[in-house]
Design a protein around this ligand. Structure first.
Ligand SMILES: [Zn+2]
Ligand SMILES: [Zn+2]
Length: 257
């Protein structure tokens, strides 16, 4: 069994075959999926999926690239939605300096606000970091977080950065870019203990090799698990067992239906 800890199944890319995609995931051994959100509307949609399918859970949150449009009212709605029993994380939240027009200050404010919400509700956070690694660590430090209950998703920093996340107590999640030719990430993954690792597709994005460039879906996560088994030189079953145990524990999935 595998757990896809990060997929955007509520997006329109899945409108024509969403039920089939979920069916294929379970046929491929991906029995649980966390549907991650980027604003209030997508958070509601994640929850609708979580209510409909037993193996689906929701993360609710406002993505850094969506925070400029977020009102106080949206943060209040988010806090309400986060009370739902199938909400297993606050995410995705964080900072993104790749898409330039977004103000760093606004992003930081939204990030801190949601870090506090997660803390109040004792939910883990799913952190999005794109070219904002230093600012994120600084923000966590300024917010007084010395023990990070959460995961850096779609990890694409170097080994030194990974060590800093691990020292903070955080988890590290790899996606399809781990499988890309010439990716520097296998060397990073080799240094991260399996006990602190999660796997995710980030579907519909980041399809792993050999499907790179196509629409990604949770069933394809096996390529990622195989790559990690090769990097760690351990059996695929061991990768599946440990990353599943990590996801169950971090997101408290075992206590939920
Ligand atoms: Zn992200
Ligand atoms: Zn995402």
């Amino acid at each position: 069994m595998l757990i896809d800890t990060h997929a955007h199944l509520q997006l329109s890319q899945f409108d024509n075959d969403r039920d089939d995609v979920i069916q294929r995931a379970s046929a491929a051994g991906v029995e649980k999926i966390i549907v991650v959100s980027t604003d209030v509307v997508s958070s509601r949609q994640s929850l609708q999926l979580a209510e409909k399918f037993p193996g689906i859970y929701a993360a609710v949150g406002i993505h850094p690239c969506d925070c400029a449009a977020a009102t106080d009212d949206d943060f209040a709605r988010l806090a309400e939605l986060a009370q739902h029993p199938k909400v297993v994380a606050i995410g995705e939240i964080g900072m993104d300096f790749y898409w330039k027009p977004f103000s760093a200050e606004l992003q930081q404010r939204a990030f801190v606000r949601q870090l506090h919400l997660a803390n109040e509700l004792r939910r883990p956070v799913i952190i999005h970091n794109r070219e904002a690694g230093a600012a994120i660590l600084q923000t966590l430090q300024d917010a007084g977080i010395i023990n990070l209950f959460g995961v850096f998703h779609c990890f694409s920093e170097n080994t030194e950065y990974a060590q800093r996340v691990l020292a903070l107590g955080g988890h590290i999640s790899f996606t399809g870019n781990l499988t890309y030719k010439k990716s520097p990430l296998p060397a990073v993954a080799a240094q991260v203990p399996l006990e602190r690792m999660l796997l995710e597709t980030d579907a519909p994005f980041m399809a792993p090799a050999p499907q790179r460039g196509k629409r990604n879906e949770p069933a394809l996560m096996v390529h990622l698990a195989e790559k990690l088994a090769e990097i760690k030189n351990i059996p695929l079953a061991e990768v599946a067992r440990q990353t599943t145990a990590n996801a169950l524990a971090l997101f408290g999935l075992a206590e939920r239906i």
